[in-house]
Design a binder for this molecule. Structure first.
Ligand SMILES: Nc1ncnc2c1ncn2[C@@H]1O[C@H](COP(=O)(O)OP(=O)(O)OP(=O)(O)O)[C@@H](O)[C@H]1O
Ligand SMILES: [Mg+2]
Length: 233
């Protein structure tokens, strides 16, 4: 919006954030925080509990840099158990501790959250004739515009056109607006088009916005299991 000031005023014609929309956005983010996937064991996944094992150095450094100054996109890919979710959670916890609004969503949880709105909305619209207080568009809009968004496990469940469309709507908006975003996924760039669709793959692979980092660490889960069994290398 523009402030109503006389011609010649320094703020004349300048675009400013609408205070009412800002308040609404904060309220919606608060509601969404209740659906955040950052809970349970993930609350312990901070940087201090991350061991910089062989292969994880670049991912660790990129995560630290993003948490220090969230700009652009950080796309972490690599094998199962290599610590991608741990680092994504560490970024979110670090930002949250500094008072920065951040939304951490596992993609399957996010899709559930959107699908639920869809069901609720269609039932509500049919029975009452108007949309509910936070319908699908509100939910999608809040996620698209979250000041910092962490999407964990992007490739999970991405095999339906509906999920691909929602991911595209979120990522395209955030790409155009250059909103800070972290993505983790366990498939590499050469599989993205096939598994996520060409449009999502194109956004993730846009090197002007996204820093794509391969976490080459071997599975920490398996390493721990073999250590526990006395077979650690
Ligand atoms: N370098 C590490 N230091 C400490 N803990 C780690 C490290 N890497 C992974 N872990 C722990 O190992 C477990 C698996 O890691 P995580 O879930 O981050 O893997 P992932 O790469 O996201 O795997 P997936 O592709 O299956 O989602 C978690 O409990 C995590 O905290
Ligand atoms: Mg993971």
């Amino acid at each position: 919006m523009r402030r109503q000031v006389p011609y010649g005023h320094p703020d004349f014609g300048k675009l400013i954030e609408c205070p009412a929309c800002d308040t609404l956005m904060k309220r919606r983010l608060g509601i969404l925080d209740g659906f955040s996937s950052l809970r349970g064991d993930l609350l312990k996944c901070d940087f201090t509990h991350f061991r910089v094992v062989e292969g994880a150095q670049f991912a660790y450094e990129a995560a630290i840099a993003f948490a220090r100054d969230p700009k652009g996109w950080l796309v972490l890919h690599g094998p199962n158990g290599s610590g991608k979710t741990h680092l994504a959670a560490a970024i979110a916890l670090n930002l949250r501790a500094k008072g920065r609004p951040v939304l951490f969503m596992r993609v399957p949880d996010l899709m559930e959250f959107l699908r639920h709105a869809y069901d609720e909305e269609s039932l509500y619209v049919r029975s009452v004739g108007e949309s509910g207080s936070m319908n699908l568009l509100d939910r999608l809009e809040t996620i698209r515009r979250a000041p910092v968004l962490v999407l964990d496990d992007l490739a999970a469940e991405s095999d339906t056109p509906w999920v691909r469309e929602k991911l595209y709507q979120i990522l395209d908006y955030r790409g155009v607006e250059r909103l800070p975003t972290v993505v983790t996924l366990n498939i590499g760039p050469n599989e993205w088009a096939d598994k996520l669709g060409a449009r999502v793959a194109d956004r993730l692979g846009n090197r002007l916005i996204a820093k794509v980092i391969y976490n080459a660490a071997r599975s920490y889960r398996q390493a721990q299991e073999s250590d526990a069994a006395g077979g650690g290398a």
